[in-house]
Structures are given as structure tokens and as C-alpha cells.
Design a binder for this molecule. Structure first.
Ligand code: VGL
Ligand code: ZN
Length: 238
């Protein structure tokens, strides 16, 4: 029984990966280490296989990127993205509005999550074993009670920017490398925004894990112009 049930599990989908070209063009790379926090590895919103990427992420953190930035999901305990806040079941969906924009009816569909990454709790800490000493900056996301933010660049309504765009601009970054959690949420929306902000954008696929199957996220990223690579290719170029 267990055997036949296992056969139905889809294999993890791996997108086509490519080496990072060395073509004489300006190449000023930034590493974004996204949400490598206890709750996403071992806690209330544990991403399957997340602990397996810690060592590979550390190997990239050791490379001489021009800047290395971490993000932390960092919510108040009654955050709008929590199912409990709405007395709903986790993983149900509702439409939410920007607190300053109710009249425009620009609702966004929000997945309602288990309580996770509450500010000043262990769940919001970096996962033990992650090299934390090399980050030039840490971006805290989702800190406003009524505003969701998957992307490291700006909130879900693209209204308020974080410090990340300015930081990357100050360093003259050309290429953004995204690693971490979760591939189908914060990594995905960060990578999409990186393209929007004009960066050549790479997702390092063996340094990312997703909450659900990856296919949909990868497809959308590919169509947006995101490039896929591996930590082996990154180590050859950085
Ligand atoms: C994330 C769900 C809720 C993520 C953050 O880091 O991908 N996912 N909050
Ligand atoms: Zn969150």
C-alpha cells in the first residue's frame, strides 16, 4: 500500500539551469538569502526539505558577492496573513485590502497561514547553522499588522519599498541571486520584483525549497525572464 501511494508522488520539478556567463559585461552580484528562519525550517510553517539547503546556502554566503543581504519575515502576532486573525482555517484564502486603499476595491487574494515568524520569538530567528556574520543588511518583511509582504523589495501592493532597492543601487548591482524559502512565495515574489527593478535575476534552484510543488512558481518566473542556475555554476563564477 505504502509503495503504490508513493508512486503517485510527483517528482520535484527542476527547471533548466544555466551557467553564469563571463562575457566581459559588467557583473556586480548580490546574494539575497530569503527567510532562512526557524519557523520555515522546523516550526509552524516548515517547508519540506528546508534543512537540506542550509549547508549549500552557507557555501554561497562564503563567496565574495559584492553584497549579501538577508531577509526575515517578521510579523506582529495579529498579522493580516494569519488565519487566526480572521478566525479562519490555515491555508484558506480571503481577499484583503491595503489599509489606505479600501475604496479602490483593489483587493488581493491572501493565503491565510498558521501563525509564523512573530517578531521577537524564536520562530523568527535565523535557523541555527546558517552563517549570519556576513550579511551587510537584513530586511524585515511584513512588520505592519495590516500589510503583507512576500517580496524583499516592497509590500504586496507595491506601495512601500524596503531598504533593498536603495541598497542594491548604492552598490551598482547588476545581478541578483536568490536563495532560501519559500520558493513559491517569498523567493518567487522577490525574484519577480528583482526583474521589475531591472536586475538580471537568478534563482539558485538547489538552494531553494517550496511549500507546494514548484512547477507553477518556476513557470511564472521563467516567463518573467528569471534565470535558473545551480550552486555549482555560482561557485565557478563568483
Ligand atoms: C512566506 C508564507 C508566509 C515565505 C512568508 O517566506 O515564503 N511564506 N510568509
Ligand atoms: Zn509571513
Amino acid at each position: 500500500m505504502a509503495d503504490s501511494a508513493q508512486k503517485d508522488v510527483k517528482p520535484a520539478y527542476t527547471p533548466q539551469t544555466e551557467p553564469i556567463p563571463d562575457d566581459g559585461k559588467p557583473f556586480v552580484p548580490a546574494l539575497l538569502v530569503i527567510d532562512m528562519q526557524n519557523d520555515f525550517v522546523y516550526g509552524s510553517l516548515a517547508v519540506p526539505g528546508a534543512s537540506n539547503i542550509i549547508n549549500r546556502v552557507n557555501q554561497l554566503i562564503d563567496l565574495p558577492f559584492t553584497t549579501k543581504v538577508a531577509t526575515r519575515d517578521y510579523h506582529p502576532d495579529n498579522h493580516v496573513s494569519f488565519a487566526k486573525t480572521h478566525q479562519q482555517e490555515p491555508f484558506s484564502r480571503i481577499i484583503i485590502y491595503h489599509p489606505d486603499d479600501r475604496d479602490e476595491l483593489k483587493g488581493l487574494e491572501q493565503v491565510l497561514w498558521p501563525v509564523h515568524c512573530v517578531a521577537n520569538t524564536v520562530g523568527a530567528d535565523f535557523v541555527p547553522g546558517l552563517t549570519q556574520t556576513m550579511f551587510e543588511k537584513t530586511i524585515f518583511k511584513g512588520t505592519h499588522r495590516k500589510v503583507e509582504s512576500y517580496s524583499a523589495f516592497r509590500d504586496a501592493w507595491a506601495r512601500d519599498e524596503s531598504e533593498l532597492p536603495g541598497h542594491l543601487a548604492e552598490h551598482g548591482i547588476t545581478d541578483v541571486f536568490c536563495v532560501g524559502l519559500a520558493g513559491d512565495f517569498c523567493v518567487k515574489y522577490t525574484a519577480l520584483d528583482a526583474v521589475d527593478y531591472g536586475y538580471r535575476t537568478w534563482v539558485v534552484v538547489d538552494c531553494v525549497k517550496s511549500i507546494s510543488q514548484d512547477e507553477v512558481a518556476w513557470d511564472k518566473l521563467k516567463n518573467a525572464g528569471v534565470h535558473f542556475t545551480t550552486s555549482e555554476f555560482v561557485k565557478k563564477r563568483i
